[in-house]
Structure formats: C-alpha cells, structure tokens
Design a protein around this ligand. Sequence first.
Ligand SMILES: Nc1ncnc2c1ncn2[C@@H]1O[C@H](COP(=O)(O)OP(=O)(O)OP(=O)(O)O)[C@@H](O)[C@H]1O
Ligand SMILES: [Mg+2]
Length: 278
Amino acid sequence: MATPQAREEALLTVRKVTLRFGGLTSLSEVDLSLYRGEIRSVIGPNGAGKTSLFNCLTGVYTPQEGTIEFITADGTPTQLVSGPPRRRRSRKPHVVNRAGIARTFQNIRLFAALSAFENVKIAAETRQRTGPIGAMLRLPHARANERRSDARTRELLDFVGLRQVADELASSLPYGVQRRLEIARALATDPALLLLDEPAAGTNPTEKRQLEGLIRRINTDLGVTVLLIEHDMKLVMSVADRVTVLNFGRVIAEGRPEEVQRDPVVVEAYLGSTEEKP
Ligand SMILES: Nc1ncnc2c1ncn2[C@@H]1O[C@H](COP(=O)(O)OP(=O)(O)OP(=O)(O)O)[C@@H](O)[C@H]1O
Ligand SMILES: [Mg+2]
C-alpha cells in the first residue's frame, strides 16, 4: 500500500465526471488523478471543457455523474460531490476553498476598487477566526489576527514580486500584474492545490517568463500542487510534469509534455481548431 510519503500519492481523483447543460455535454466521463506535488496542465481547443472542469472541482457546477475526491490537509478523503442521483450537490465554493483548493479565473476577478494589498488581505483573513463582533470591538485576539493577516499579505506580495504596488488600486495595474495579484490572493488561503485558468492570457513575453518562474516557485518553495489550464504551449511544455488533453469534453490524451505533443490524436484535435498547435 502506498505510504503518505509515496511519490505518487493522489491528492485529487476525478472519476467519470459528466456535466451537461441541457442538450450540450461539456464534460464526458472525465477521469483525472492528480498527484501531490505535481504540476499538471490541462490543454485543449476552445470549448473543450477546461473551465467547466475547474467549475466542477470548485463547486460552481454540480456534475450530473461521477465522483471527485480530494484529500484534505489532515489526510481525510473528502467527496466534493455527494448525494443521491437526483439530489446531487457539490460542496460550496467557500467550503472547497477551506478544504484546500484555491483558484484564479479566466477573466480576472479582483476587487477593482480595492488596493493590491487589500485584495490579498481579504483572502488572508478568511484563514483567521475573528468573527465580526471580535473585529468590531478590536479584541486582543482580533488585533493579533489582523497583524498576522498583514504580515502574510506582505509576504505574498513579495513572493509574487508586487510589494512596490501594494497601495495601488487593483484596477489601475497592468493586466499581467493583475494576473499575479490574483495568484497572490489565491495563495493567501493556504491551498494544497492551486487551479490556474489561463494565467498567461493577455500577458507579454516578459510577464510570461516571470509567470513561468512563479509557477515553479509556488510548486517547489510552497509545496503547492498546481493544475494549470493554458493555451501557451511554450509555458505548458516548460513547467508541466504531465499534461491532460481535453477535446469535446473528453480526455483524449495524457502523459509527459513531449509525449502528448507528438500524439497524433492531439495534433488532429488542434488541427481541427483555430488554436495554436501543441
Ligand atoms: N453555464 C453554461 N451554460 C451553458 N453552456 C456552458 C456553460 N458553461 C460552459 N458551457 C459550455 O460548455 C462547453 C465547454 O466550455 P468551457 O468554458 O469549459 O471550455 P474551455 O475549454 O474552458 O474553453 P476556452 O479555451 O475557450 O476557455 C462549451 O460548449 C460552453 O459553451
Ligand atoms: Mg476556459
């Protein structure tokens, strides 16, 4: 039996997940085993179901069929979808986040009217236990929690290289910087698994290189497992340990980046689309 230290310990296991919107099947019997400590990329043409998969993992959508199991920090297997067939429920997004899964969005979702610092601090505070009354009365434990959140926020802004823009409004920051800020915010909830939905979209070559380094450091320095949706094949090929390919909601290939890139089934899927070739 595998020990918890085993290299290939599953952190997330998706089995036969099917998601339908009326007559449209956006995910079809998707299987995915994600190992603790890996960087996995999910690629596929537009509309392949990549974001839908993230939405099933984070409680935004409830798939009609299949199971999703996540191992929480204390080692407990947790079912993220449960209930009898007609009353299936996904765990709510904030519950999934507390369990140890954080995400960024394909379309950036920052609090535009708050500073970079405040955007991260709000997320850091969800890790503290001060209730609204404690916070209002500024009880000693509330002040201690606030100091911890401030320190964690500064640490994370440093980590993503954004300390110098801490006081700027999120909406005033360049696009690539906003993407990194969103990553800092996700990290502030101390996830074991980070889901990144096209973090390189709209970024310039310098920002892409910074992002590449950042994803590696998140993985090695923070020990966070990463699931990365990305169309930029150069980035995928350089950071991913393994790649899973979706096409029309189905997994059509999985393997090391160089294997997947050569796979005729994958090449065919991309030739039939307008996407960059893998
Ligand atoms: N809320 C929804 N209602 C209806 N259809 C949806 C919904 N969300 C996703 N879909 C459909 O599911 C399919 C998969 O979409 P999804 O956004 O998961 O693709 P994707 O792989 O992320 O594509 P892209 O690379 O363009 O982001 C598409 O046909 C999409 O129109
Ligand atoms: Mg998408």
